[in-house]
Structures are given as C-alpha cells and as structure tokens.
Design a protein around this ligand. Sequence first.
Ligand SMILES: [Zn+2]
Length: 470
Amino acid sequence: MKLQFFGAARTVTGTKHLITTQRGTRILLDCGLFQGINTDDLNQDFRFNAAEVDYLILSHAHIDHAGLIPRLVRQGFNGPIYCTPATVDLCRIMLLDSAHIQQKDLERVNKRRERQGRPLLDILYEASDVERALERMKPVNYGETFWLNHDEVGVLLTDTAHLLGSAAVSLTVRETDTNGETVEKRVFFSGDIGRPHDKILKMPEPFPQADYILCESTYGDKLHEPEPDMRAHLLRIVHETCVVRGGKLIIPAFAVDRTQELIYALDQLANHGDLPRLNVYIDSPMAVKATHLMKEHDECFNPEILSYIEKDGDAFAFPNLHYVSDVEDSKAINTRDEPCIIISSSGMAEAGRIKHHIKNNIEDSRCTVLIVGYCGPETLGGALKRGDAEVKIFGETYQVRADVEVMDSFSAHGDYREMLDFLSCQNPALVKRIFLVHGEYDRQVVFRQKLQSAGYQNVSIPSLYESVDL
Ligand SMILES: [Zn+2]
C-alpha cells in the first residue's frame, strides 16, 4: 500500500494522510484546514482528486483536522465519513462556524490580492457544503471494529482524550503476498494525543500493536509544567476583581472544551460555597451549543465528573449562571454596572462578542481580563498576554488599565513524556516505522531522538506531499 502526506507534514495544521491499498481503495485520514499566514493556496488545491477518495476517517472535530471536509465534498467526494458520535455533533457547530469565517476571510484576502494584481481565490466552501458533509457522517463507537470494502480494511477507533469524541485510528489492511496468501498490515494513526487526568475526559486508551505508526509530535521537545490548582487560582482572581474592586472578570475562551472546563470549575466552587454571589455569563452562541452537546456525550466523561454529576445533577449549571445566545441579551450585559464574570469567545479575542466586552472594560482599573489559553502573538489576546500598555480594538486605541492575568497551565496536547506513555502499549521492536506528523520540524527532530532511545529504530519525518510504500 501507499501512504502520502498531504498536510501536517513538518507543521501543525492541515492534517490529511492518504492511504491507497493494494486493491486501490483510497482512505483519507482527516481532512484538516491549513491555518496561519500564507496558507490560502495550500487550502485551495488538495493535490489529489477528491472524487477518487473512497472513505474518510476523522480523528476529531478540530478545524486543523476536519476543516476542509466540506471542500472535499464540494469537489466530488461521495463516500462515507466515519468518526465518533460526539465528533459528528461537534462538527455540526464547528464546520458551520468555519464556513462563516471562510466567507469573511475570503473577502479580506481577495481585497489584498486585487491590490497586488494576483488572481482572486474561490470560496473554500459554503454552509450548503457543510450540510452535505454532515449527511455523509456515520457515527461509530470507540472499541467497535468495522470493515471497509468487503473485509479488506478493518477500522477501530480508540479514545485519545484530546477533545470530546477524539479518536486514534487503528487500520488492519489485508493484502495478498507473492505466494497468493493473505497478509495483514496494521497502520495506526494517533490523531491528537490528549493528556492523562483531563478534568472532564477519560484517560487516553491503549491500542493494538501496529506495524506502522503515524504519530503527532506537537510538543515533541517539551515537558508541561505541573498543573497548579486551577480552582484556587480562579477563585483568587474572582475575589480580587469582583469582591475587592467591584469589577468585571472577563475571560476569552474557546467555545469548545476550555469554556466547559471553566464552567465546571465554577460549578464546583459554587457547590462548596466558595463562589461569591455574582452573575456569571456564558456569552457565546457557540459555547452555549457546545455545552449542551457535551452534556449529551457523557460516554466520553471520566469517573470523577460522572460521580460529581450523580450528586450535583449537572456539572454545567449553578445559581446565577446565565447562558446567553441572543445578541440583545449580550449587549444588555454591558449596560449593567455590576461585578460579574463574563466568559466569551473567541479564545484569542480576535473575533466575536469578547472583543466588545474587552473594549468596554479595558480602561476600567476595577476589571480583569483573564487569558486561559494559547493566543497568537498578533492577536488581541496575544497583545494583552504580552503586557502591551495600549491595544487597538475595532480601529481605536485603548489604554490597558484593567488587570491582565494569565492562567494557561492547560494544554490539550500531551508533552513528550505523555506521548511516550501513550505509545507504551507497543512493543517497539515490532514497529517497522514511525512517521512523525503534526509538529514543527525542530521539535520533531528532538522527539525522534526520544523515540529512538525508547527503542523505535526507524523514525521518519515526512515532508509535504511525500509518498512512501508500506
Ligand atoms: Zn486537535
């Protein structure tokens, strides 16, 4: 069989790995969007024929893994898309949001290209393409092997605890050898590897022995700091901002997972009687939807949160917590001069309602902006995190008089030790080759050494569009 890398090769976005079996069956692993500067052309052209792909297997709903599925369908892909039930539901909200962002980005990019005299780009996809993509999705549970193309390829999804519904993919590919005998080759794709002891999700699961492994390597050279007590940290900031100074605590957060972790932490504080009586607003239609669907997928939850829910009834609801979808209700929050907590997206404060909340409160020294996740250096969140004295919002300059706090202890990706632990279910001597994907090259070089020390002899760092025979 042949394996080709059409994305996430020596970079972290655009995951697309294409397997072509001996019988010519084409299986695409993920169909992610390239993100970051100078990726417009990469996203326009897959460099393979979408109509010739037979199956898509999706590891999880993050846009750098799923964000080009609607384009694949728009360009003629007609096969089934297999992923977990939670991933189907998350894709529904994340891909529709992505279609909306594509539209806005395209207008901006094409204005620039027009000035530069370069050809204008086509839209990557529209909401109607998302709908057609969703119709192709076939939910499959973790741990249940199913077969493609008359028992040619077996597929097993196992939990990686990276995002609600995230999976690693084990393929059993049947081939005929030169003697006419059937042989099986096992290919494993890690997807993104989560961390043990997630607040909400289970532990990453072990997986069957593989011959070939495609392994992510985002933090191939890094060890995460031990996690401080997030609830105590959060409580201190709430107390100083809302009780001592009577200000608003404003938290930009990704609508999926980070927002729910914060709500769960506040729910626990409220239950213990530690949280002061304050209004808490979840001001993002996407976060409201994501919280709702997360509750419906408690099959992904760890035993701690399940037993919490058994006692509490709901880990994402407490007195004075308000879910705000309507835009008028969102504007009304700004007219109230009361201490409160506002959690809103986007996580990097580049778009969405959070920008309005920051604009309205950034010059008020009673308030705090709390940064809880990664922010690109060029974003508003990045400027605040860096400690800039003034920031530009909607073209106006504002003095940063509010407090800025950072609590970015959590990452959804394992560090190199956690990734090695994840791989510890394997006998390295039986693994013929590991391909490192989804990582920056210099980090991958470090991770390759770590894997070699762990006994993996053949570790490759494929480049974009590279093709190998397995
Ligand atoms: Zn991911």
